[in-house]
Design a protein around this ligand. Structure first.
Ligand code: SAM
Length: 263
């Protein structure tokens, strides 16, 4: 395992830089939720938030968060991803601390109970044991801090298989505890909102809020996104959809924010 600061120190103070968050239709709802969360976690304090991105990959979330002025640490097992993160941070001119490791290594790599926010985005699908991974994450979270979990929605996957003509596969997804359509399914695991909130509750987290991410974008012909003339309108539609819990059931991904109890 290694620890290295990535990129030059600094980054614009939160709230004063041009918003560096990605603006695609698929990412709109997540970043809207994260912006709200950052504001509420910052509260009366004026310093940067300590944010851990567990399984942060190539820094798609970590680098924009660092550009907002926060102290971001990525813990990621893949050396290739860490190298790409280093390049991305350098290009953005921000510093991201990076460690090579799994969620199980969080407690040895980082101080206990220090982080204001831990991201676990698109990671629970791949870990050996999602319940343990969440418990490991909670260990580095300060009381009152938040976990942001983003994970694939099994019900949406069934809907998408049907739209592709895979009726039997859709049925298998509904029957399979891991939400997979068969041996050839490249996704190791998918979740339901109930399953995810059950996991956060078992890890001791409270006040979960579930939003749907990409309710419409993945249903469109050609699944267009970046650069399409309707992208702005689609991003606005996704933001609106994320505010309607009844639509989360068919969203491609589920975003759950939950909190470590105070005291
Ligand atoms: C689909 S990528 C998501 C990357 C990033 N979080 C994002 O949303 O773009 C899944 C990431 O989880 C990482 N990963 C897999 N198993 C892990 C584990 N046990 N602990 C931490 N990260 C893990 C992979 O290396 C990979 O970077």
């Amino acid at each position: 395992m290694s620890d290295k600061g990535v990129g030059p120190a600094g980054g614009a103070p939160a709230g004063t830089a041009a918003d560096p968050a990605p603006q695609t239709a698929r990412s709109a709802a997540v970043w809207e939720a994260l912006r709200e969360l950052l504001a509420s976690l910052a509260g009366a304090g004026d310093g940067p938030l300590r944010i851990v991105d567990a399984g942060g990959g190539t820094g798609g979330a970590a680098v924009p968060l660092a550009a907002l002025g926060h102290e971001v640490t990525v813990v990621e097992p893949s050396p290739d991803s860490l190298a790409a993160l280093e390049r991305r941070a350098a290009e953005a001119g921000v510093r991201v601390r990076a460690y090579q490791g799994d969620t199980v290594d969080l407690h040895t790599l980082l101080p206990a109970a220090e982080a204001h926010l831990v991201l676990l985005h698109n990671v629970l699908e791949y870990v050996d044991d999602p319940a343990s991974a969440l418990t490991d994450v909670v260990g580095v979270l300060r009381p009152g801090g938040a976990v942001s979990v983003l994970a694939a929605n099994a019900f949406a996957a069934a809907l998408h298989r049907v739209l592709l003509g895979g009726v039997a596969e859709a049925h298998r997804i509904l029957d399979d505890p891991d939400g997979r359509w068969g041996e050839g399914d490249p996704m190791p695991r998918r979740f339901t909102a109930e399953g995810l909130t059950g996991l956060t509750a078992r890890a001791g987290l409270v006040a979960p809020r579930v939003r749907g991410v990409s309710v419409f974008a993945d249903l469109l012909p050609g699944r267009y996104d970046t650069g399409h003339e309707d992208e702005g309108a689609l991003a606005a539609l996704e933001s609106e959809a994320a505010r309607r819990p009844e639509l989360a059931g068919i969203a491609t991904q589920l975003h759950v924010v939950a909190f470590r109890p105070e005291g």
